[in-house]
Design a protein around this ligand. Structure first.
Ligand code: PHE
Length: 357
């Protein structure tokens, strides 16, 4: 490098060059040194140094070579020297990085394919809950939430479960350590109470969230699962409204072919109460192992809100009526997607989860 930069300060005569072969050797040397300089530009500072050293008006090597070599070239060699210097100037200019160019660290091969970062998928239960939320929002329902750690009052008492009533046993409650007042909610129905406490009728709400029960895990039981709950409270709400809303929901969620039937049941917070069955999605109602050959599958609990419940939230039971229904969102996901084991939902196996979008 220093050798060639010294040479640019001398005339061709001083360098002892008098023919085309000599010019070519000299220019080849200058070009090799230029290429090495271009290859060495790895930062904005280096680019600026390069610019001054090669293209600078005063000390630039291309300028110096032009001054000293072209001028001193004898007549017949001028054309050859001029052509070479034009070429090298163009090469030196092309080697200057554009302003704001990004410099890569050496060792990174930008021609290698990139690392693919897979995007996650939505959980099947989340998909189901989003769909339910969408269905009820379109019917004018609000979405309400409540705490997973509840008190006995909201989970039981205000829902008309008397103390020591055997109905409490059906809920397999997890109690928190302490005086037995704090517990993990066993259903989303406490949100009925919380919503009615803060809102005057009319109320139309849907609740989606986690609930907990002391169940031994198997293909259809999990100690944590999700429920959806829907309720409507106003003057003149009747059983017809309950049936109509249920059928609309089922039809939109499972499709128009599904049939429904009501069976009398009992819940402390609804009177009358009914369970809703749907025709089996696997066999279409003709009978198979999934529906235990009955053609029907139990789907949800429902009923007209018991007037005693209105007493707890300060509504007038003579003027106000309402319906409520609730079911497991996980179960809806199992049915909708044909999943045979509820445990699959919470094992975090990506091969299973990525099937759902
Ligand atoms: N909360 C009840 C349960 O978990 C379901 C239900 C909701 C029943 C609303 C009637 C009305 O079993």
């Amino acid at each position: 490098m220093s050798a060639i930069s010294d040479k640019t300060k001398l005339s061709l005569q001083d360098l002892g060059i008098g023919d085309e072969t000599g010019v070519e050797a000299l220019m080849g040397e200058l070009r090799a040194s230029l290429d090495a300089a271009i290859a060495g530009i790895t930062s904005a500072e280096a680019a600026e140094q390069y610019r001054i050293q090669w293209l600078g008006r005063k000390q630039g090597l291309i300028g110096a070579a032009t001054d000293n070599w072209l001028k001193s070239a004898p007549g017949p060699l001028k054309r050859v020297v001029g052509k070479w210097l034009n070429e090298l100037r163009a090469r030196a200019e092309a080697g200057m990085p554009a302003e704001g160019a990004a410099f890569l660290s050496p060792g990174i091969d930008i021609t290698l394919p990139g690392v693919r970062r897979p995007i996650g998928s939505r959980h099947p239960v989340q998909l189901v809950m989003q769909e339910i939320e969408e269905i009820f929002r379109s019917m004018g329902y609000s979405v309400e939430t409540g705490p997973e750690v509840e008190t006995d009052y909201y989970n039981f008492e205000a829902l008309n479960f008397p103390p020591d009533h055997p109905a409490r046993d059906t809920q397999d409650t997890f109690f928190l350590a302490g005086d037995g007042n704090k517990l993990l909610r066993t259903h989303t129905s406490p949100v009925q109470i919380r919503t009615m406490e803060k809102q005057k009728p009319p109320v139309r709400a849907v609740v989606l969230g986690k609930v907990y029960r002391r169940d031994a895990p198997d293909a259809s039981h999990s100690f944590m699962f999700h429920q959806m709950e829907c309720f409507a409270v106003d003057t003149n709400i009747t059983l017809c409204d309950l049936k109509g809303t249920l059928n609309e929901f089922i039809r939109r969620f499972f499709g128009p072919k599904v049939r429904t039937r009501f069976r009398p049941s009992f819940f402390p917070f609804t009177e009358p109460s009914a369970e809703l069955d749907i025709s089996c999605l696997i066999c279409g109602g003709s009978g198979c192992p999934v529906c235990k050959r009955t053609g029907w599958v139990e789907l949800l609990g429902s009923g007209m809100i018991d007037p005693a419940v209105f007493g707890f939230v300060g509504y007038d039971p003579d003027r106000i009526s309402g319906f409520a229904f609730g079911t497991g969102a996980d179960r809806l996901a199992l049915m909708k997607y044909g999943i045979h084991d509820i445990q699959l939902l919470w094992q975090g196996d990506k091969r299973f989860l990525r099937q759902y979008r």
